[in-house]
Design a protein around this ligand. Structure first.
Ligand code: G6P
Length: 586
């Protein structure tokens, strides 16, 4: 959720940290702060807003010192205020920390520390780490000891980085990601390689229950029982470096525009895994699929795809609901876990519950170094490169592409899917988006949009509504077309816009009938279809292709519509309010 970064090296730390934080803002962006070690003191600057805004206001990047830590926040405990922003200094100011995760026992620890005379300023759970480290450091006078005592006191999930008043950095990992970067001119420690990839591609992935101490003499890694640990240095893939917007106004538009290529590449780096996974799925006794948000919508598409083409039953379960769905998994079940980040806490929890029953996990994931990959028997990579825009776009179609590939293998190529043709169809939609821009102007001020689709187009309607909500803040609802008359028709009037996902396939005439029922109530109808109709007030044309490919293609104009409506409304499409890309808390 939050992003954390630390740097110790030959250069000024603050500018490096601020740049890294900008890259990781997708993890949370309601406030930001930096602390550096300079002239034997710890200096802290922080504030509410995005990195660029806070930096302009308080010049985070002008803090002096060659050692420092930084943070972007996605609030969980305590309002979005300057005081609650990280870094949090200990009450003596000799230690400052940045934290990602949740400290479950923070109230009881805070009470104990207050009794010992340590003062608290913020409403966060994180501040307790600073004072706990300070307490143990006061007791032992030793950084290693204070780290191990602190981690044994903490309950919850965390990754934190601390800077001490002798210029040492120390960081610990427990169920939240933390990666060390080894550069020629310094060390980095961060939630994501994006935080430092422009400086080095040599990294060490810390394991759970490990901590690291970094000072000018080098780095030392220990497990929580203070046993020294050695790790291989690995090189991260060059694709991580592709984090620039280039000619595009926003990452979201860049990522939407990459889809003609990303659907072709999906799974190509993990072909063997794709074959192995297909084999497991083909022979599974019971098959489940899970995900959150967009990834869950992809899971819903899988249900239709697998039953129609592969003749296999698969049950989608929303990841955050698995905990409350009693005893679904059996010994020989297979669970497919879909996740762009591989770090969504809800997905990881679902996977852990399934694993307890002996269920095998197949993950379809973009970040191949993520926690989800570690928990899976087989992982298939989306291979779509970094997705920075908080609202998922290219990762959704890459997930679909892989699910299509699996279904197609199981039915020996009879789905009719032709990725080259689907890619051409997406290119055509992207090449002329002038009509979509016009419609974006019309919908910018409406308060409700409904998106209707039948059969396999219903999950696409659901994903379309999620894009509209995330990017435009307009209330949007995806519905199966037939459900209209069972309630939602009561909401239709001349202020309502309804998007009909209506390609020429067996759902066409029924969806057209629903469109007429809506039109008769005065609502405006937008048709997303390869065929025009007098019922549409606005027609968004999609190319005529084999019916199997429509789901992969018809989401593109709606992603564009949501993007352009956000631009019309002057909201930030890359960083929608209140959201974060990687939700690592429950
Ligand atoms: C967050 C994001 C969504 C995303 C969901 C699942 O809620 O804002 O855009 O779909 O997480 O993320 P995952 O990385 O597990 O696919």
């Amino acid at each position: 959720m939050c992003s954390i970064i630390g740097y110790l090296g030959l250069n000024q730390a603050a500018p490096i940290i601020v740049k890294g934080l900008k890259r990781m803002e997708y993890r949370g962006y309601d406030s930001v702060g930096v602390a550096t070690f300079s002239n034997n003191h710890i200096l802290v600057r922080k504030g509410v807003g995005k990195v660029i805004e806070v930096n302009k206001a308080v010049r985070l990047d002008e803090l002096s010192g060659t050692v420092g830590i930084g943070h972007t926040r996605w609030a969980t405990h305590g309002m979005v205020t300057d005081t609650n922003a990280h870094p949090h200094p200990s009450s003596t100011g000799e230690i400052a920390i940045v934290h990602n995760g949740i400290i479950e026992n923070h109230e009881e620890l805070k009470r104990e520390l207050e009794q010992k005379g340590y003062a608290f300023k913020s409403q966060t759970d994180s501040e307790v780490i600073a004072n706990l480290l300070q307490y143990h450091h006061d007791e032992t006078g030793d950084i290693k000891q204070s780290m191990t005592h602190t981690v044994s006191d903490l309950k919850g999930s965390y990754a934190f980085v601390a800077v001490f008043e002798d210029g040492t950095l120390a960081a610990a990992r427990f169920h939240e990601p933390l990666i060390i970067g080894i550069g020629k001119e310094g060390y980095f420690i961060s939630s994501d390689v994006l935080g430092f990839v422009e400086h080095t591609d040599e990294v060490i992935y810390l394991d759970n229950r490990e901590f690291v101490i970094i000072n000018t003499t080098g780095i030392q890694i220990f497990d929580f029982n203070i046993n020294p640990v050695r790790h291989q240095i690995t090189k991260v893939s060059k694709e991580f470096a592709d984090v620039y917007k280039g000619e595009y106004a926003h990452f979201t538009l860049k990522e939407i525009s990459e889809q003609p290529t990303t659907i072709l590449n999906a799974g190509n780096n993990t072909k063997l895994e794709l074959d192995l996974a297909t084999d497991l799925i083909r022979h599974a006794k019971t098959l489940y699929i899970t995900g959150s948000g967009t990834s869950y919508n992809a899971a819903l598409v899988a249900k239709f795809l697998f039953s129609k083409y592969a003749k296999i039953k698969i049950e989608p379960i929303i990841s955050s609901e698995v905990h409350f769905s009693h005893d679904v998994f059996e010994q020989q079940s297979i669970l497919i876990a879909l996740s762009q980040s591989g770090e969504s806490a809800d997905v990881l929890e679902a996977v852990n519950i399934a694993k307890k029953t002996g269920t095998k996990i197949i993950s379809i994931v973009n970040i191949m170094t993520s926690s989800l990959v570690h928990l899976s028997s087989i992982s298939i990579g989306l291979g779509c490169g970094p997705e920075i825009g908080v609202a998922a776009t290219k990762s959704f179609t890459a997930q679909l592409a892989i699910l299509y590939k699996i279904a197609d293998k199981i039915c020996n190529g009879s789905t009719g899917i032709d990725f080259a043709k689907a890619s051409e169809a997406i290119k055509k939609i992207l090449s002329d988006d002038s009509k979509i821009k016009e419609i974006a102007k019309k919908i910018r001020d409406v308060s409700d949009i409904y998106i209707l689709g039948r059969g396999i187009h219903y999950p696409i309607a659901s994903e379309a509504s999620l894009k509209l909500k995330e990017l435009t803040y307009i209330h949007a609802e995806g519905l199966p077309g037939g459900e209209l008359k069972h309630g939602p028709l009561a909401l239709m009037d001349s202020n309502t816009y309804v998007i009909m996902i209506n390609p020429s396939d067996p759902t066409y005439s029924d969806t057209l009938t629903s469109a007429r029922e809506i039109k008769a109530r005065g609502a405006k109808v937008i048709g997303v279809s390869d065929k025009p109709s007098d019922v549409y007030d606005y027609w968004i044309e999609i190319p005529q292709i084999d019916e199997s490919m429509y789901p992969l293609v018809e989401i593109i104009p709606i992603q564009l519509l949501a993007y352009y409506a956000a631009v019309e409304k002057d909201t930030d499409p890359d960083y929608p309010r209140n959201l974060a890309k990687s939700v690592t808390v429950k």
